[in-house]
Design a protein around this ligand. Sequence first.
Ligand code: GTP
Length: 346
Amino acid sequence: MRAIVLVGGEGTRLRPLTLCVPKAVVPVVNRPMMFYILNWLKSHGISEVVLSACYKPAMLKKVIGSSYRGMKIDYIYEASPLGTGGAVKRAEKYIDGTTVVMNGDILTSLDLSKMLKFHREKKSRATIALTPVSNPSAYGVVETGRGGNVLKFLEKPSPEEVAGKVLNINAGVYIIEPGMVALMKAGKVYSIERDIFPKFIGAGFFGFVSRNIYWMDVGTVAKYAKACRDILEGSYRVKGLETAGKGVKLGKGARAVKPFSIGAGTVVGDNSVIGELSVLGKNCIIGKNCMVERAILWDNVKIGDNCVLSDCVLAGGVKVGASSFISGETVLGEGTVLAPYSRLRG
Ligand code: GTP
């Protein structure tokens, strides 16, 4: 079976992290986000994946390639963004049977196999994965009837409308039949959530509700940091997570407190402490007497001696001068250079 993964967005809410890389290859605990998605799809029997790209497609292809663990990876490109619906229409030639469509920023343990079974049993034309959340105002809320038929779509309701309610939201994973794309015009901008799905209400459109699953849309820096923490702590379980890559060196008196992840070739200076929930990318250099806590460093980051880093995200190649103090959800884009004694709070 085939899956189409939408990865064409600019990821504006993740800037500056997405100024140099598309969201799908943002490293999540030292692994491109897309690899988690591909592993999940593979575990549910998907053998072919089409990446629907637009923003920084060359980098996407360079990182992901044309196959992954035996899955074939194809790419389709938009010259300018067609929206989530227009992108699906552009992938029409790949939709020759029951097809999974999903957003490319979802980390989840949702049982896709069960969802497929549900889709087939209901003889559904389109099935949308739903999951309950306690603060649904940032999401698309979907109401379903007793048999799972979709009754209503409410896109990003106001906080007053949903105060104190646990409601089912659109989890960004869909199963569709070819008939759905036939209704759209090629080359037109559509939102699948706003323009397409509401038209299917009452016409064989079902919601598959999953409770007690892991689900995270990695759309903002706060959610990105949370997803990294969840992986390290095991609340989102992933196989083969590496604690320390090849050639990692800890200097005299230096230590790392679990859970953490340190990429290959990273060197930690004498007496430095890598505190719990920290992620250091590949080939980073941490100076002497540093304290790093709940910080996420991408590859090739250099930190001078006597620095304190906590709760921050530093993209690739950032250089921090000695005796600097960075805390409070600071986010630094690729290649940022900070002078010694810098003080930054997010
Ligand atoms: P923001 O700019 O922060 O909203 O991020 P985004 O547009 O990348 O993500 P959003 O959550 O809005 O979109 C959900 C998914 O659809 C993401 O995986 C996007 O990459 C993808 N997506 C959004 N718009 C398009 C589009 O026009 N074309 C394609 N191919 N994919 C899209």
